[in-house]
Design a protein around this ligand. Structure first.
Ligand SMILES: [Zn+2]
Length: 118
């Protein structure tokens, strides 16, 4: 058993099946004998299961138009320079998320291939 608790990054990678085999075996051994880490792993797995069940959220098309109308209403019909920058930033963020989603960036990476010993 490893006496030192794995850090949270290692436990996250462990739950994501992203550790090299040797490190995974060490964490396996530690988790089997450490209630604290076992609880952490269980919690992380619950988060993974809950996140996998989420549907992708698309902002409604009219959302930005409504926000812009409200900002204009509150600012007397024209956007203050600060709001223009915020509007540009919000548009950039939405476009980035849409692009990342289209590119499949959030798909889970394939499991690492481990060569069999010769
Ligand atoms: Zn531990």
């Amino acid at each position: 058993m490893t006496r030192i608790h794995p850090d949270s990054v290692t436990l996250n990678d462990y739950v994501d099946d992203a550790l090299p085999e040797k490190e995974r075996a060490a964490v396996d051994s530690h988790v089997a004998s450490c209630a604290s880490c076992r609880e952490m792993v269980s919690g992380l797995r619950s988060v993974v299961v809950a996140a996998a069940a989420l549907q992708p959220a698309e902002p409604p098309r009219a959302a930005w138009a409504r926000i812009e109308r409200e900002i204009r209403r509150q600012s007397g019909g024209r956007l203050a320079p600060r709001w223009r920058w915020l509007a540009a930033a919000a548009t950039l963020v939405l476009a980035t998320f849409a692009g990342l989603k289209l590119a499949g960036v959030w798909q889970k990476p394939a499991a690492p291939v481990i060569a069999a010993p010769a």
